[in-house]
Design a protein around this ligand. Structure first.
Ligand SMILES: [Fe+2]
Ligand SMILES: [Fe+2]
Length: 121
């Protein structure tokens, strides 16, 4: 049986994360976009973490540590700023999307490869 090249739910959620990050750059966006992004990221991270736990993934600890770093960065963005001008929103959005790209092509890909090479689906 041919294995799929990626986990569909994971890919769909990553696209939604990029969509929310892009919204940060939009004119007139409300500061609560950071909260919406945090909630969605939390939903995604906890699903990945539960999946890793269930699969007995050996690198789970460092992967969770990476998620925690993102959680912390986002929390800082919500608590440290009260005024989001265009320049700030642009730089926060760039930071987040760069981080997410590295994460997806790094640790997420490693986890995906582990799942696809095992019998767990
Ligand atoms: Fe992910
Ligand atoms: Fe991840």
């Amino acid at each position: 049986m041919e294995k799929t090249s990626e986990l569909i739910w994971q890919d769909t959620q990553h696209q939604e994360l990029f969509r929310l990050i892009d919204k940060i750059k939009e004119d007139g966006v409300e500061a609560d976009i950071f909260v919406r992004l945090y909630d969605y990221a939390e939903h995604h991270f906890s699903l990945e973490e539960a999946y890793m736990r269930e699969a007995g993934y050996p690198d789970i600890e460092s992967h969770i540590a990476a998620h925690n770093k993102f959680r912390q960065e986002l929390t800082n963005m919500v608590t440290q700023h009260h005024d989001y001008d265009e320049v700030l929103r642009e730089s926060l959005a760039t930071f987040l999307s760069e981080w997410l790209k590295r994460h997806i092509w790094g640790v997420d890909k490693k986890f995906e490869a582990y799942i696809l090479s095992s019998d767990i689906k």
